[in-house]
Design a binder for this molecule. Structure first.
Ligand code: DAT
Ligand code: MG
Length: 149
């Protein structure tokens, strides 16, 4: 099944939103396959956001990601990359619909509390970058109650 990389950014951790965010993915019917609380080095944050290196906000974005611990996670499920982005909401919290994580819980684009992979290809790269040790191998016993097959 499809996997995505989700990261709770330092503001989400500091604001005590870890449980709330995990709960939204869990209740949806996605499976947590990897998780760790960690501080990241500047060079690592730059690698994660390498595609944005030329953007004017890049240095501020890296400062933000290294400002405290983040929660790195792998979630699995049907269409989890795209659906995960929908659960997260638009990049700018002011554009994010109510009911989404950013729409409900964030105000500023530079404090938008969560990252989610934007494609299956990015997810593959980000999971390899953040979880070189691999992820947990388990299957939920509730699977047939959430998925038709
Ligand atoms: P997303 O996180 O929704 O995938 P992105 O990949 O385009 O958005 O950008 C990564 C992060 O960079 C985003 O979550 C917040 C920051 N960012 C994006 N656009 C910005 C802008 N115009 N000003 C300040 N920060 C921005
Ligand atoms: Mg992105």
């Amino acid at each position: 099944m499809e996997q995505t990389f989700i990261m709770i950014k330092p503001d989400g951790v500091q604001r005590g939103l870890i449980g709330e965010i995990i709960s939204r993915f869990e209740k949806k019917g996605f499976y947590l396959k990897g998780m760790k609380l960690m501080n990241v080095e500047r060079s690592f944050a730059e690698k994660h956001y390498a595609d944005l290196a030329t953007k004017p906000f890049f240095p501020g974005l890296v400062d933000y990601i290294v400002s405290g611990p983040v929660v790195a996670m792998v979630w699995e499920g049907k269409d989890v990359v795209l659906t995960g982005r929908k659960i997260i909401g638009a990049t700018k919290p002011s554009d994010a619909a109510p009911g989404t994580i950013r729409g409900d819980l964030a105000v500023e684009v530079g404090r938008n509390i969560i990252h989610g992979s934007d494609s299956i290809e990015s997810a593959r790269k980000e999971i390899a970058l953040w979880f070189p040790e691999g992820i947990a191998d388990w299957q939920s016993s509730l699977h047939p109650w959430v998925y038709e097959a």
